[in-house]
Design a protein. Structure first.
Length: 184
């Protein structure tokens, strides 16, 4: 019996690591970081949830309203009390000319990234997803649902940024098709 419990825990950790690896690869794709930061700054969206929406599509899954709400509520305090304060201080230090301030800024960036990783582990634990065939259309539906729940309109800039995120998550996806999957 003890072995079965360990296997379930290992499975959850594997899923969390898979989400983190997917997110790092997606975020490193051309144009994705800029798009994610723009969506975060302009609409106060959680980049980790944006990435989770794409990851769910990469696992062939469409999120329900209930699952997306569980994700948002499950990490809201962590975002507000840990991730965002680290980001604010790091950004504040950007204009400081001293080497000491820039060293501190670099250490804060490492802490911010670690806090993002821990948030993603929470997300993977909140809504476990069994992998199936990747479906970019599902990722587009997940992103639309997230924006709808946040009452954010799909203006041209937002669509372009979401399309950049989608093409980062699905490198073989033509940009025009990414736009098609995002639009209602």
């Amino acid at each position: 019996m003890r072995r079965d419990v360990r296997t379930a825990a290992d499975g959850a950790q594997d899923q969390a690591r898979a989400l983190w690896s997917f997110s790092l690869a997606t975020y490193d794709a051309p144009g994705v970081a800029r798009a994610c930061i723009a969506l975060q700054d302009r609409h106060e969206l959680d980049v980790n949830i944006l990435l989770f929406c794409c990851w769910a599509g990469a696992r062939g899954r469409e999120l329900t309203k209930g699952k997306l709400k569980r994700l948002q509520e499950g990490v809201a305090d962590w975002q507000k009390e840990v991730v965002q304060p680290l980001r604010r201080v790091r950004r504040r230090l950007k204009s400081e000319p001293s080497d000491a301030a820039q060293d501190l800024r670099a250490r804060l960036l490492d802490l911010e990234i670690e806090s993002e990783r821990l948030e993603q582990f929470r997300l993977a634990d909140l809504v476990p997803l069994v992998a199936e065939h990747p479906e970019p259309r599902s990722a587009g539906a997940n992103l639309r649902l997230y924006l709808t729940q946040r009452r954010i309109a799909l203006d041209a800039d937002t669509v372009a940024e979401l399309a950049a995120l989608m093409t980062g998550a699905f490198p073989d996806l033509p940009p025009l098709l990414a736009v098609w999957f995002i639009l209602p």
